[in-house]
Design a protein around this ligand. Structure first.
Ligand code: ZN
Ligand code: ZN
Length: 285
């Protein structure tokens, strides 16, 4: 219970500006969202898309729901698990492959960013590959009009799916997050927002390294290209994994493709409906 209390207090303190500004994810998320939204308004890719697009408020709600309510519960659960594992003699350091603790700060952060991004890419591939995971991931793919806030429209169960590999990634790096990990988290949030924004971004030749809105829009395409039934462009912050594993697909950049997934008509449109749908197995038809 103490574990939950600790994270809850931290979240409340964040809202009240009682934590160092650079670790304040609450106001950080709001600031990044406003900046990206202003960029969308100033430089729209799909010019006929409304500023308050379809499901804007639904996604805004998801943003706070996912980021805060469940970060409280989930980090609490993991603190409890950590206590359990340490009681049976396993620690964060049991699986360490590298000891990055004496590397320079920027190198630590870079390696941390790359490893964490790769394990998330892998998790994302699995979310598309296995039907019981896809049932939950469909919430994210139910977006019909793309904008920055769609970044955080996802079922809270995804936090649970992502966590084991993320924890494993941290473990092989010696079981600790670099002290300045917040820099990596803020960069990841910013890239994620831009990937979903109604702004045409390709990063030029850097597109082979960094994920971007043109590439990620195709990840959301309703009808997948032939020969790629499991999905395309799984990248989170980096696109390089898709180029290495040949899951990349960006034929053009008009931004005018239909988004969603086949059979979406029967998918719930409301938050409450989407909250429960993943727990039910669909009838096969
Ligand atoms: Zn996906
Ligand atoms: Zn997305």
């Amino acid at each position: 219970m103490e574990a939950f209390q600790g994270t809850l207090n931290w979240t409340v303190d964040s809202i009240l500006f009682k934590v160092p500004w650079y670790t304040n994810y609450f106001w950080g998320l709001i600031t990044i969202s406003l900046v990206v939204w202003l960029l969308e308004i100033a430089f729209p890719w799909r010019k006929n898309q409304s500023i308050i697009r379809k499901d804007f408020w639904l996604d805004g709600f998801y943003m706070f729901f996912n980021f805060f309510i469940f970060s409280i519960i989930i980090s609490g659960v993991y603190k409890v698990l950590r206590i359990f594992f340490s009681e049976i003699g396993l620690s964060n350091k049991s699986f360490a492959i590298f000891d990055i603790s004496h590397w320079s700060m920027w190198l630590q952060l870079l390696v941390f960013f790359i490893v964490l991004d790769f394990v998330q890419w892998l998790t994302h591939v699995l979310l598309h590959k296995f039907e019981f995971l896809w049932r939950f991931h469909k919430v994210h793919h139910s977006v019909k009009e793309m904008g920055f806030a769609a970044h955080l429209r996802y079922h809270w169960m995804e936090n649970i799916f992502y966590k084991p590999l993320k924890t494993f990634g941290v473990m092989i790096l010696g079981g600790f997050e670099p002290e300045q990990a917040y820099i990596v988290h803020f960069i990841a949030i910013s890239i994620g927002h831009l990937n979903h924004a109604n702004i045409r971004i390709t990063w030029g030749p850097l597109k082979y390294i960094f994920n971007n809105s043109v590439m990620h829009l195709y990840h959301h395409v309703k009808v997948l290209p032939e020969g790629k039934p499991q999905g395309i462009n799984f990248g989170i912050s980096l696109s390089i994994w898709d180029y290495i594993f040949k899951t990349n697909y960006v034929p053009e950049d008009s931004g005018k493709i239909e988004l969603g997934f086949p059979g979406e008509d029967t998918f719930p449109k409301s938050f409450i409906g989407q909250l429960f749908t993943g727990f039910r197995k669909e009838k096969q038809n």
